[in-house]
Design a protein around this ligand. Structure first.
Ligand code: BDR
Ligand code: CA
Length: 312
């Protein structure tokens, strides 16, 4: 079986961590590397957290790179109020002993995309799009080489989660998002409309806990911590599990439904900066630049996640 080559760009983050675990548990995927970006917490934490998660999955061989420590133009906004001071509050995970790669994450993205056969590498982005935008700016020749970018970000009918208009990942670096959305690279977008359907209900968490392995235990501890904020905010049974939707799409695309449409990023207005303006009804002639998802089979998603976590 030819494995799908992916690079994960991420700001762990408990939900990022579960996305990384899902990828590492999936034989269909070959993780060429992980690039960390500042977002949920500053870069020093996100790169370290990415290494902790690889070690939790017994994969110290995965190369982890540190990328951008701040957005292109704006000051960094973080989300310790959701993820805790470390970004990965919940379980006690040991300090990682696997090294951080010395190459900058953006240089790695450029070099790897140039050295792999064109059109064979998918970028999975789980945080602000700063690293990818920097790579595209510095090396425009990589754009046609990227098979697709599957990203968690944005919202349509769900609105925003960090401001009324904006979802966190796009809000943190709207200028980077604008570069990516106008790059011509095929985009698949997992917005809040989808991720707010993927709730960590007690029943689903109990099924993961029942696996009984250290990975399953750590997953439940991470998600128990992570959901408390959203449970309070939305009054739901469980919180939304955003980032793993990106990986699940590569494994079982039929779990998701959406349509191809134009998506533009607001970068000017202080009121709505970071908003994804989605032309769902094709009321403009602007080019369709993204496959924008709206629906997910949440039970199917959790069956997949739970089955895969059993293998770690
Ligand atoms: C996104 O923001 C981060 O806090 C999560 O990790 C996810 O990537 C959800 O808006
Ligand atoms: Ca994230």
């Amino acid at each position: 079986m030819a494995r799908q080559k992916i690079i994960i760009d991420t700001d762990p983050g408990q939900d990022d961590a579960v996305a990384i675990l899902l990828a590492l548990a999936s034989p269909e995927l070959e993780v060429l590397g992980i690039t960390a970006v500042a977002g949920n917490v500053p870069l020093d934490w996100t790169q370290k957290n990415a290494r902790k998660v690889c070690e939790l999955a017994s994969r110290p061989d995965i190369r982890v790179f540190a990328g951008a420590d701040r957005p292109l133009k704006r000051l960094l906004v973080t989300a310790e109020h959701v993820h805790g001071g470390t970004g990965l509050d919940g379980p006690e995970l040991p300090e990682p002993s696997m090294p951080l790669q010395s190459q900058h994450g953006v240089d790695f993205l450029i070099e790897e995309l140039r050295s792999q056969p064109s059109g064979t590498v998918t970028l999975c982005t789980l945080g602000a799009l700063t690293n990818v935008a920097l790579a595209l700016q510095r090396a425009p020749d990589i754009a046609p080489r990227i098979q697709q970018i599957v990203l968690m970000g944005g919202g349509f009918s769900e609105g925003g989660n960090i401001t009324p208009a904006a979802e966190f990942n796009i809000y943190v670096d709207p200028h980077a998002a604008e570069i990516v959305f106008s790059s011509g690279v095929p985009l698949v977008v997992m917005p809040l409309d989808v991720t707010h359907q993927v709730l960590t209900t007690r029943k689903r968490m109990d099924a993961i806990a029942a696996i009984g392995t250290p990975v399953a235990r750590a997953t439940v501890e991470m998600l128990d911590f992570f959901e408390r904020f959203d449970v309070q905010k939305y009054g739901s049974d469980g919180g939304p599990l955003h980032d793993p939707c990106v990986i699940a799409y590569l494994l079982q695309p039929a779990l998701f439904q959406g349509r191809s449409c134009n998506v533009e990023i607001e970068t000017e207005s202080e009121l709505t900066i970071g908003m994804t303006v989605v032309d769902w009804w094709s009321v403009t002639d602007r080019p369709k630049n993204a496959l924008f998802m709206r629906q997910v089979d949440a039970d199917g998603f959790f069956e997949l996640l739970t089955e895969r976590l059993k293998t770690l």
